[in-house]
Design a protein around this ligand. Structure first.
Ligand SMILES: O=P(O)(O)O[C@H]1[C@H](O)[C@@H](OP(=O)(O)O)[C@H](OP(=O)(O)O)[C@@H](OP(=O)(O)O)[C@H]1O
Ligand SMILES: Nc1ncnc2c1ncn2[C@@H]1O[C@H](COP(=O)(O)OP(=O)(O)O)[C@@H](O)[C@H]1O
Length: 240
């Protein structure tokens, strides 16, 4: 990854083997915080790669585990055929999760957060509207304006860097998260994590990450989501 993005990703220290398993070594982003609050926001308007969609068409592999996860949230969600199979395709499950949450309408969703007292909040599968998202963010920052300002500053810097980045322009970035961290001293940080589904584009394609996705254009809605996230945080500030 290029130099300009380096302050926004954990430093990577290669692969290590433990008990015949490979592990990616990277900096612990929580090191300099004191009892931090942590939030994971999954960015983008789409959470599966275009190549996953093609594969699902060529070799459909219905998933029973995803059917179970689906009915646990909404017993009415499966179609007649899915009910008969007691299984759903991964892309169908992912699309259902996207429309249920704010991924489709805002281009990001809250996956979960942990408060400094270690209380975990992970029940955001149906957190969809602007107001619902704002309420959850306000809970995370405990209505602290200084924390919101710190996050806004950092997110605006990240947006500037991403808009000018050749790496970003030439990669489809799907399922990647922003990790938000703050503590009682008022220190804040935001980093990009989880690049498991970040793929280089063919040389003739570049993305602006804002144009709506239609199959084939590879757009992922990352910057559109970041715009919405910045806008929502800015609207949480008291009027001056
Ligand atoms: O969040 P829930 O509803 O449980 O669904 C999960 C997440 O979407 C995972 O993405 P992430 O790891 O980014 O959170 C995804 O892994 P992938 O990133 O591999 O697609 C899982 O797919 P499977 O690993 O195939 O089950 C899927 O089951
Ligand atoms: N460099 C890091 N420093 C501290 N915590 C991290 C770091 N990377 C990931 N995490 C924590 O681990 C969680 C899962 O990370 P992620 O990269 O999404 O892994 P996975 O794809 O296995 O879910 C994040 O939400 C965050 O809380």
């Amino acid at each position: 990854m290029e130099d300009t993005l380096r302050p926004f990703v954990p430093a990577y220290h290669g692969v290590v083997q433990r008990d015949e398993q490979d592990y990616n070594m990277m900096d612990n982003l929580l090191t300099h915080f004191d009892s931090p609050a942590i939030m994971d926001c999954k960015m983008g308007s789409r959470t599966y790669l275009e190549e996953e969609l093609l594969l699902a068409r060529e070799r459909p592999q219905p998933r029973e585990d995803m059917y179970e996860k689906m009915v646990a949230v909404d017993p009415e969600a499966p179609t007649f055929q899915e009910r008969a199979q007691q299984a759903v395709l991964k892309t169908r499950y992912m699309q259902w999760r996207e429309t249920l949450s704010s991924t489709t309408n805002l281009g990001f969703r809250i996956e979960g957060f942990r408060k400094p007292n270690k209380e975990c909040h992970t029940n955001f599968k149906r957190t969809k509207s602007r107001d619902q998202v704002m309420e959850a963010l306000d809970n995370f920052v405990e209505s602290n304006t200084q924390i919101v300002l710190g996050y806004l500053r950092r997110l605006k810097q990240l947006r500037q860097v991403l808009e000018a980045s050749d790496f970003f322009r030439t990669h489809e970035v799907v399922g990647s998260s922003l990790l938000f961290v703050h503590d009682w001293t008022g220190m804040t940080g935001v980093w990009m994590i989880d690049f498991g589904k970040t793929v280089a584009l063919p040389s003739q394609i570049t993305l602006d990450h804002r144009t709506p996705w239609v199959e084939g254009n590879r757009e992922d809605g990352y910057l559109w989501g970041l715009d919405n996230l910045i806008d929502i945080l800015a609207n949480m500030l008291p009027l001056t």
